[in-house]
Design a protein. Structure first.
Length: 111
């Protein structure tokens, strides 16, 4: 979908994600899973871009579940012990290579 221009991929560090998740929990009363908090971070960024550009947009995101099993991670964010982390590019390449070994048909999708 990214390749076809249907969606845009965005990456954030975990501190930014938990900041967005915490803001959402404080304003909406729902604790999100980190995966959905990534989407909320993107929604916040897009909304701020629209505000700066004086543009109106409908912004849709998928909420995949509650974050009750992630309370320890939220606690680490709130007490300042959660550090920004980016997965090393080498490890990403290794993981993708392993996926292609396990599921050769994925190569067709990546071309």
């Amino acid at each position: 979908m990214v390749r076809e221009g249907i969606v845009e991929a965005r990456a954030y560090n975990q501190v930014e994600v938990f900041e967005a998740g915490t803001l959402f929990a404080r304003s909406e009363g729902i604790l999100l899973v980190p995966e959905t908090a990534h989407a909320i971070k993107a929604v916040i960024d897009i909304a701020l871009e629209c505000k700066r550009e004086k543009e109106e947009k409908v912004i849709l995101f998928n909420m995949s579940g509650h974050g009750y099993f992630d309370i320890a991670a939220y606690e680490a964010y709130l007490d300042g012990s959660l550090m920004p982390y980016e997965y090393p590019e080498e490890e990403v390449k290794k993981s993708i290579s392993k996926l292609f070994q396990l599921y050769p048909w994925l190569r067709e999708l990546s071309d």
